[in-house]
Design a protein around this ligand. Structure first.
Ligand code: GDP
Length: 195
């Protein structure tokens, strides 16, 4: 999709604040620092539109980015972030769960994992959870520019094996610095938008 206009529609802390529109939504989930903001910025052709939302002390919110009034990216703050209080984590876990299980216009979730390493137990839990709720999922392996080309297949297999990835879940290797994988990610999003 040719992207010109993007708006940060809303930062929500609870469901009554979610946008009242019916635009299809694609949520992005992953551990803090995995490259979620970088992926978002590449997809929307911006250098620094989406900022990391994971700094200590910063309120954790769901950020809705309206892209051309056609699709809305929903940035779900990174999981596995130890520096927020237990109470904050619980509150936030409930909000994510409610959003992912009840939002009608949610068409799919992009789960980011760091392609340099084996997916973590948090990654595995997240993936299992998404499959349990039958949420169409795309796995994006980030920072692939940091992996030698000769090792790409090995890392792909490691992600597949560790997450026990289902056949219905595609995996795309991605690099924000080289914009590798951008078209494939967009293709998946556009397929989901049509559903
Ligand atoms: P977020 O916390 O998931 O939103 O992560 P960011 O997008 O802020 O990225 C975290 C760090 O990883 C930053 O220093 C980015 O520059 C770096 N990074 C993100 N994606 C890539 C990538 O594809 N390649 C490389 N080499 N670095 C990346």
């Amino acid at each position: 999709m040719e992207v010109h206009n993007v708006d940060l529609t809303i930062s929500a802390v609870s469901d009554e604040q979610y946008p009242k529109t019916n635009i299809p939504e694609i949520a992005l989930v992953g551990r803090s620092n995995v490259g979620k903001s970088s992926l978002t910025n590449v997809l929307i052709n911006r250098r620094n539109f989406a900022h990391t939302s994971s700094q200590p002390g910063k309120t954790q919110t769901l950020n809705f980015y309206d892209v051309e009034d056609k699709v809305c990216f929903v940035d779900v703050p990174g999981y596995g972030y130890a520096k927020v209080s237990k109470k904050e984590r619980e509150r936030f876990g409930k909000m994510i769960e409610q959003y992912l299980t009840q939002r009608e216009q949610l068409r799919g979730v992009i789960q980011l994992v760091d392609a340099r390493h084996e997916p973590t137990p948090d990654d595995v839990n997240m993936y299992n959870w998404l499959q349990y709720y039958n949420i169409p999922t795309l796995i994006v392996g980030t920072k692939i520019d940091k992996v030698k080309r000769s090792a790409w297949n090995r890392q792909l297999s490691l992600i597949k094996k560790t997450l026990d990835v289902e056949n219905s879940t595609p995996i795309i290797l991605f690099s924000a610095t080289e914009k590798k994988g951008k078209d494939d990610v967009w293709q998946w999003i556009e397929e989901r938008m049509g559903k």
